[in-house]
Design a protein around this ligand. Structure first.
Ligand SMILES: Nc1nc2c(ncn2[C@@H]2O[C@H](COP(=O)(O)OP(=O)(O)OP(=O)(O)O)[C@@H](O)[C@H]2O)c(=O)[nH]1
Ligand SMILES: [Mg+2]
Length: 366
């Protein structure tokens, strides 16, 4: 059962419906079935149950009609809210952050990716430990004594702190290694182009089309978690490196961004960003705004950039039509901001990809 909360004046931001729709895909990606959704408009979520008492009653009643064993909230819950909700609903309660972490954990392939996900998971878990041992506390320990739950909690906390420390050290050494590698790369003068964008926009498909590599492409969220880099040649003969990275998503928690710092630092070094947009997605404008927001959180908003509108094969019948459209829209001329250009492509069909390469060449030379 999915639960989302919207505020009354949310017309500029994501609507609760669009956000829940995305939560639906995330849940499916995590391998669970969605039996229903519930929404509420609230200006201030309640510190006790996140949603109002009346809605809790509705959720309990819904269980009779459509049995569910897990409730997923579309926002991050405080440890207290989560505990209260589990108690009153009698089922497992998780939030969007835990769901994203679960998907990340299943997708991480490289040593570095796994370290980063584990760090984020432990940091998420630490303040939530109390709930895990509550049942033990009820069993043992009277007034003045420390229950077995409490003692266990202390041990767990210490273990997790220790693990977090170790993970941070390991990630730091990976970071240093990467920084060294990047410095050498810089000295060699090979420019770097990085693909960024919303999850499922088609970054890996374009990466494959450009580099004839075979990175996992899936109609699922977060297919790519670990950055991959390939060396390519431009029509001019100049070589450059292209990097495919993890996709962005609405409500991506800062804790996850922080845990992925070592990976995301790759973007710092890029000479040019390609922002891939699934222009056929009905929520494309909000997805773009979300990407812009995350880029500025990463201090990348002023990097030279080409915005690449992808999946145009869903609207247009041939590469010829795509070229005509590009000409009509004057997208060949750089009439936009000096730092920004637009390209239309279909990564899946390979349409517009050569033109995009020319644009990349212009940017890297200029
Ligand atoms: N019709 C159409 N589908 C496309 C195109 N490009 C990508 N897709 C599809 O969109 C889905 C996502 O593509 P990916 O390349 O995995 O997207 P991504 O941006 O790498 O996604 P993450 O790694 O999950 O962030 C896949 O089902 C692709 O087949 C395109 O040009 N046209
Ligand atoms: Mg990908």
């Amino acid at each position: 059962m999915l639960v989302g909360v919207g505020s009354k004046d949310s017309n500029r931001d994501w609507s609760v419906k669009d956000s829940l729709n995305e939560l639906f895909y995330l849940t499916k990606t995590a391998g669970a079935n969605v039996v229903g959704t519930l929404t509420q408009n609230l200006d201030m979520p309640s510190p006790t149950y996140y949603i109002g008492k009346g809605k809790i009653g509705e959720l309990i009643a819904l269980k009779e009609q459509t049995p569910y064993d897990t409730v997923i909230f579309d926002d991050e819950l405080s440890p207290r809210q989560q505990r209260n909700l589990e108690e009153v609903l009698g089922v497992k309660v998780i939030d969007r952050t835990a769901l994203i972490l679960h998907i990340f954990a299943r997708k991480a392939r490289t040593h570095e990716g796994k370290l980063q996900v584990e760090l984020a998971q432990h940091q998420y878990l630490l303040p939530r430990l109390v709930g895990q041992w509550r049942h033990l506390e009820r069993l043992g320990g009277g007034i003045g004594t420390r229950g077995p739950g409490e003692a266990q909690l202390e041990t767990d906390r210490r273990l997790i702190y220790k693990r977090i420390n170790l993970l941070q050290q390991k990630i730091e050494s990976v970071r240093k290694h990467r920084a060294l590698y990047r410095r050498r790369r810089k000295e060699s003068g090979t420019p770097v182009v990085a693909l960024v964008g919303y999850t499922n926009a088609g970054k890996s498909t374009l990466f494959n089309a450009l580099s004839k590599a075979s990175v996992d492409v899936e109609d699922k969220l977060f297919s790519t978690l670990d950055p991959v880099t390939r060396r390519l040649s431009l029509p001019t003969g100049q070589q450059f490196l292209i990097t495919d990275t993890v996709g962005f998503i609405h409500k991506l928690p800062l804790s996850i961004i922080a845990a992925f710092r070592a990976t995301l630092e790759e973007l710092d070094e890029a000479d040019l960003l390609l922002h891939i947009v699934d222009i056929m997605h009905k929520n494309a404008p909000h997805q773009c705004l979300t990407v812009e927001k995350i880029l500025s959180e990463l201090n990348l908003e002023n990097k030279p950039r080409i915005t690449v509108f992808n999946k145009l094969d869903l609207a247009i019948n041939s590469e010829g039509e795509l070229e005509a459209l590009t000409a009509i829209a004057h997208l060949e001329e750089e009439i936009l901001l000096p730092n920004e250009a637009i390209a239309l492509i279909s990564a899946a069909r390979g349409w517009g990809v050569d033109k995009l390469l020319n644009k990349i060449a212009c940017h890297l030379e200029g």
